[in-house]
Design a protein around this ligand. Structure first.
Ligand SMILES: Nc1ncnc2c1ncn2[C@@H]1O[C@H](COP(=O)(O)OP(=O)(O)OP(=O)(O)O)[C@@H](O)[C@H]1O
Ligand SMILES: [Mg+2]
Length: 331
């Protein structure tokens, strides 16, 4: 447990998202009044000073922070701190899972996964995870920029995600929240051109609720002000409120792959129920109809990842990678 520090609860500028200690009232750049963010301290664990909000998610808030640790100025490394709201881990099973999986993640390293450096609990019973800050554009950004990714590039990115996932799965972790925002195309230190697909945002909180999916605040406004659904790339079993195993990540990756090659989603619906019906019952439209450059073997492999029954999907992420590479060479 961290005691509250003298700098108090963090305040945010809702315009530029910069963070300040509680003694400051107005943003120095935007001159607008700051708002407090729940009960989150400005200085976490006596060493992470919050700098900027990255996103308010459904389970909590993600920040960029600097690690003080006796260092000065530019030597202070940048971190990402995810504060998970107390309500998201109030269920004892969710709480156990969070701490158990955080421990596994801290002991785990892979070049395609952002290193998780630490975790802890805050005075209001919320929890936090510390990870390295990965510089680069999100896969979402790249998909918006390019619309459809060239096939070789799409397979290279999926392959990198598979490598990271496969090792995480072997260690006993399931991501549970894979989407184009949770992949950062990091700059490679060796080659300025190439990027390293790096997985962020593992969710250690989502547990099977035993009831159908209820969209949280991740459901974002889309289109002309209708309330709609950002389906979060969930699998049919997650939608039904069942436990998600590693094959649920394979399904989410299947949605990402489909979208990378067609620039559309395989399932749709304006309301949650319509989306659920599509997810649970419909076979997606052919990828080749949207993108004739995709060969039938690649299409079949992605469709297999999108099978409703986990038993009919690839059973391991490495199987998906291997088959996609083989399909690209044969086709
Ligand atoms: N280590 C990291 N380095 C760089 N960017 C990151 C890192 N971790 C997360 N991000 C970015 O911050 C965004 C928010 O992360 P977070 O895990 O809080 O997402 P979320 O899934 O939207 O939240 P929730 O799971 O609470 O609904 C991500 O979409 C990702 O792009
Ligand atoms: Mg998430």
């Amino acid at each position: 447990m961290t005691a509250y520090d003298p700098e108090g609860i963090v305040r945010e500028c809702v315009s530029c998202r910069r963070c300040y200690p509680s003694s400051v009232q107005f943003c120095r750049d935007c001159m607008i009044e700051l708002v407090s963010i729940e009960m989150i301290p400005y200085l976490i664990d006596s060493r992470y000073q919050l700098q900027r909000v990255i996103a308010h998610g459904s389970t909590g808030v993600a920040f960029i922070a600097v690690e003080m640790n006796g260092k000065t100025g530019n030597d202070r490394p940048e971190r990402v701190i995810k504060v998970v709201r107390a309500s998201a881990i109030a269920d004892p099973r969710a709480n156990d899972r969070f701490h158990r999986e955080a421990e596994i993640a801290i002991a785990f390293r892979h070049p395609n996964v952002a290193p998780i450096l630490g975790s802890g609990t805050l005075p209001d019973a919320s929890a936090f995870l510390v990870s390295e800050y990965i510089r680069g554009a999100t896969l979402r950004h790249e998909m918006r920029r390019q619309k459809r990714l060239p096939i070789n590039e799409a397979i290279r990115v999926i392959g990198g995600i598979c490598d990271g996932l496969d090792t995480a799965h072997k260690a006993g972790l399931v991501h549970r929240d894979l989407k184009p925002e949770s992949v950062i195309l990091a700059h490679s230190p060796l080659d300025g051109e190439a990027t390293i697909p790096t997985i962020v945002g593992f969710s250690f909180t989502r547990i099977a609720a035993g009831k159908p999916f209820v969209p949280g605040t991740t459901a974002k406004l889309q289109g002309q002000g209708q309330l709609p659904l950002r389906p979060d790339y969930i699998s049919p079993e997650q939608f039904r409120g069942e436990e998600a195993d590693l094959r649920s990540d394979i399904f989410s990756l299947g949605i990402i792959a489909y979208e990378m090659l067609t620039s559309t989603l395989p399932f749709s619906g304006k309301r949650v129920g319509d989306y659920g019906l599509s997810l649970l019952t419909q076979r997606p439209d052919s990828i080749r109809r949207a993108n004739s450059a995709v060969n039938p073997l690649i299409e079949a492999e992605i469709m297999r990842a999108l099978e409703k029954d986990p038993a009919n999907r690839q059973q391991r992420a490495r199987e998906l990678k291997r088959n996609l590479i083989a399909a690209a060479q044969i086709g």
